[in-house]
Design a protein around this ligand. Structure first.
Ligand SMILES: O=C(O)CCC(=O)C(=O)O
Ligand SMILES: [Fe+2]
Length: 510
């Protein structure tokens, strides 16, 4: 079997990476008469271009201190270039007759995957405030890789950003394009052949500025993260880089309980999320002083030999992380089971925007895993069985994979579309199944802290208040993955079977 195609599914990217290794070997080691018959001469230049592109992207690249063997799919630049090669070369009319022995066409990436990939790279750039010049030279938030973006690739990112109204990013990418053109460091004459002339880029810059200012005038900028803080008056591209971005509110709003209708709520959530994703802690000192770590047997024989290692991450509402509660075999088993099932989240208008691939497992599908029992031990709630909890959700994130800020419970309303016979969610128990190379924290913007994705640890919180309302303080987000992949498994317990049990505390003193 093979994984479901989705650019931001790590198993799909790995699949493509392995497949391309075979394609490359075939194309490199077979003579072109055998590959193309009488069309050999005509197709030869295109073939050579592919081989050259592959070699310059893959063979010369390596992440410093890289641990994972599958490094193309771990590096956003290399992964994006790989997807592009599939669309532009491997699937092309010129090469497909030669590659079709290896490649089933229904699983190959399309323009959608290219766009998802560009979107993901731009998200990483925006959230982590990365400099386009640095990205173009393979720098990923402090880690140097030998991946490089060509002039054309920089231009395409600029164009895509412009088309998506990501003005701040578009201008950065056009600026990189211009500088690369001037430095002429894309040695080949291909740049000229593509018609990438300076005046062409300058026109694109002017158009982007006009579009930005139109949006700005219409106040679209107010709610738009990708706008500058002022109208852009100067059309000289070299000055644009110094414009300040839209003002961000941080810190002052941490810990304040804002009603969700207040526009400040969203601004605070977004600004704090970005700070937390960067690794800042925004908790006031007096809150931090309440935090602690301890060992707990839960007065249960299971934990007596090997007590739970617990860390209180936030006191009120209580949010705790449990270390070493699962093992590598269990994580590997879940990842293995998910391989063919992982699918892009359905695009539902009222759902939180996210870029992850999901698979679901009922207790019966995973009879050997202790997850539901474990959550019962820890919370004292009823978890086993489909009346008490949802199927276990496995989520896999590739580069740029994220979930925007949201609540895990659904606000009650008379015509609640999510009306669920199990009742609303009452706890979230989220297990980290791997070590994320870079990025991928779980941020709680209003509580001012993030959870580190430590392999085999889990984080637990109540999703709503005892009166049944959503606990808005628990708004949280999955920070984009910068490099590598992120795997989690989540068990959501529901309220109906637990109405009487809810009071069981999570506090360290129980
Ligand atoms: O991946 C994470 O860190 C959080 C995911 C999440 O909040 C969710 O899927 O509901
Ligand atoms: Fe969530």
């Amino acid at each position: 079997g093979h994984p479901v195609p989705y650019a931001l599914s790590p198993v799909y990217l790995q699949y493509l990476e392995d497949l391309e290794t075979q394609v490359y070997q075939l194309l490199k080691n077979t003579d072109s008469k055998t590959l193309f018959g009488k069309d050999a001469e005509e197709k030869q230049p295109f073939l050579l271009r592919y081989l050259e592109d592959y070699e310059s992207s893959v063979n010369k690249s390596s992440i410093t201190n890289h641990h994972e063997k599958d490094f193309v799919s771990s590096n956003p630049i290399l992964a994006l270039q790989m997807i592009n090669r599939f669309v532009k070369y491997i699937k092309s009319d010129a090469l497909k007759s030669a590659t079709s022995v290896l490649v089933g066409k229904d699983i190959l990436p399309t323009e959608t995957e290219v766009e998802d990939g560009m979107e993901a790279l731009l998200r990483v750039q925006y959230i982590y405030d990365l400099d386009a010049h640095q990205i173009a030279n393979g720098m990923l938030d402090g880690t140097t890789t030998s991946a490089k973006l060509s002039v054309r690739e920089c231009f395409e990112l600029g164009k895509f950003a412009q088309d998506s109204a990501y003005f701040t990013l578009a201008l950065q990418w056009y600026d990189v394009t211009l500088q690369k053109l001037k430095a002429n460091d894309d040695s080949s004459s291909r740049t000229a052949a593509l018609g990438l002339k300076e005046h062409f880029i300058l026109n694109a810059i002017r158009a982007t500025i006009d579009e930005h200012n139109d949006d700005y005038e219409e106040n679209i900028a107010d709610g738009d993260m990708y706008s500058f803080s002022t109208r852009i008056y100067n059309t000289n591209y070299s000055d644009i880089a110094h414009l300040s971005l839209r003002k961000r509110l941080t810190k002052e709003l941490t810990g304040k309980f804002l009603p969700d209708k207040d526009p400040l709520f969203y601004q605070a959530v977004e600004a704090n999320m970005m700070a937390l994703c960067h690794g800042q802690n925004l908790q006031p000192e007096k809150e931090k002083a309440k935090l602690k770590c301890w060992l707990d047997t839960k007065r249960h024989p299971y934990w007596t030999i090997n007590p739970l290692k617990i860390e209180l991450l936030h006191e009120q509402p209580p949010i705790t992380q449990f270390y070493d509660i699962f093992n590598d075999q269990w994580s590997a088993y879940l990842q293995f089971l998910s391989y063919e099932d992982l699918e892009r989240a359905p695009d539902i208008p009222e759902a939180t925007p996210r870029t992850a691939a999901y698979a679901w497992f009922e207790d019966n599908d995973i009879p050997y895993t202790p997850i539901s029992k474990m959550v019962e031990f820890i919370t004292g709630l009823n978890v086993v069985g489909s009346d008490a909890s949802e199927a276990l959700q496995v989520a896999a994130y590739a580069f740029g994979g994220h979930v925007e800020p949201h609540f895990d419970s659904v606000p009650k309303g008379p015509e609640d579309p999510f009306e669920n016979p199990r009742g609303d969610r009452v706890t979230t128990f989220l297990v980290y199944l791997n070590e994320v190379e870079k990025g991928g924290r779980t941020a709680f913007p209003l509580l001012g802290f993030y959870v580190k994705p430590v392999k085999n640890s889990a984080v637990l919180w109540y999703t709503n208040l005892k009166n049944g309302d959503v606990d808005e303080r628990t708004i949280h987000a999955a920070c984009p993955v910068i490099a590598g992949q992120k795997w989690i498994a989540t068990k959501w317990t529901h309220i109906k079977e637990n109405i009487l049990k809810r009071p069981c505390g999570l506090t360290p003193d129980e």
